[in-house]
Write a protein that binds this ligand. Structure first.
Ligand SMILES: Nc1ncnc2c1ncn2[C@@H]1O[C@H](COP(=O)(O)OP(=O)(O)OP(=O)(O)O)[C@@H](O)[C@H]1O
Length: 299
């Protein structure tokens, strides 16, 4: 494993912000940390970054305590956004890259590449303060990884970006993973997490409710989401055996089943087992699982 969080607790006086957190991240994977506001995501990042001490437990990078490491292997996009307002975009990127030990010559092709990729080429000589909020965020994002860190931590990287730039960011994260970068990020946008993550940790008030593979998590619940188009009524569907909940959708209904085994019986009931225009059985989305999980009491 690359990063190991071992029984880490963070207390602020009597308040426990992170409680016995324990998970590992493998080299080259994308790992999502999700949780409601105040769940302890930023605190966890700050402890990995050695910006804050753990109260208990330890954090290891490739077997060594993060206290003992030079920080150049890390890249970090903090939640508090901010770049030097008076500095030009390109200057800014050279500044952060050289600060992390790269030469201007090494940085040049990468800066050109990322400015192009994030549609900032025309802004390269503009002062940061004249950019829109989203564009400033893109500059800060590029600055976080322009020195090609082995491990990149992104705190809410998607917030504040429009859908096109969100897609650019998704593609860039996948590109960085392909280059071998290990990536840990937090997001409140579950569709982004679902699309990108191999593994994830769900935090609730500092406690991990789940840490492991995304697909494994989905399989715990099974394929219990049935989307159908039918002329049956809401009540008829709600009264079926094995149906826990019915949701009206734009073009039909979604049935949440007790168990996926009920789907066959329902298929026969709806249309005598014949052709149906829409009948699809699926896993719950991460968003749905998240809402179920955070609704459960913490032990
Ligand atoms: N310096 C501090 N002193 C006291 N309490 C703190 C401090 N920093 C964070 N906390 C508390 O620790 C808890 C976790 O905060 P943290 O910022 O890690 O949450 P988060 O999951 O990143 O939330 P968000 O999604 O809102 O960014 C919160 O209740 C917060 O108020």
């Amino acid at each position: 494993m690359t990063l190991a969080i071992k029984q880490v607790t963070k207390k602020y006086k009597d308040f426990v912000a992170v409680n016995a957190l324990d998970f590992t991240i493998e080299q080259g994977e994308i790992f999502g940390l999700i949780g409601q506001n105040g769940a302890g995501k930023t605190t966890t990042f700050r402890m990995i970054l050695n910006l804050q001490e753990t109260t208990e437990g330890e954090i290891l990078w490739k077997g060594k305590s993060v206290h003992k490491l030079d920080r150049d292997f890390l890249g970090y996009l903090p939640e508090e956004r901010g770049i030097f307002p008076q500095m030009k975009v390109e200057e800014q990127l050279y500044f952060f890259g050289t600060l992390r030990g790269k030469s201007k010559k090494e940085l040049k092709p990468d800066i050109d590449y990322w400015l192009e990729r994030f549609e900032l080429v025309e802004k390269r000589n503009d002062k940061a303060e004249t950019l829109s909020k989203g564009n400033q965020q893109k500059v800060q994002l590029i600055a976080s990884f322009i020195h090609k860190p082995e491990f990149l931590i992104l705190d809410e990287p998607f917030s504040g970006l429009d859908p096109v730039n969100r897609q650019h960011l998704m593609d860039s994260i996948i590109y960085l993973k392909k280059q071998g970068t290990t990536i840990l990020f937090s997001s409140h946008q579950m569709d982004n997490v679902e699309e990108l993550c191999d593994h994830l940790c769900i935090l609730k008030r500092g406690v991990s409710l789940y840490a492991g593979g995304l697909q494994q998590l989905k399989e715990v619940y099974g394929k219990i989401k049935l989307s159908i188009r039918t002329d049956k009524t809401f009540d008829e569907l709600a009264n079926l055996t094995g149906v826990n909940r019915v949701q009206k959708t734009k073009d039909g209904f979604t049935l949440f089943l007790e168990d996926e085994s009920y789907s066959e019986e329902i298929f026969h009931y709806l249309n005598g087992g014949k052709y149906m225009e829409k009948f699809s059985l699926d896993y719950l989305s991460l968003d749905e699982i998240f809402k179920l999980k955070v609704g459960e009491p913490v032990e």
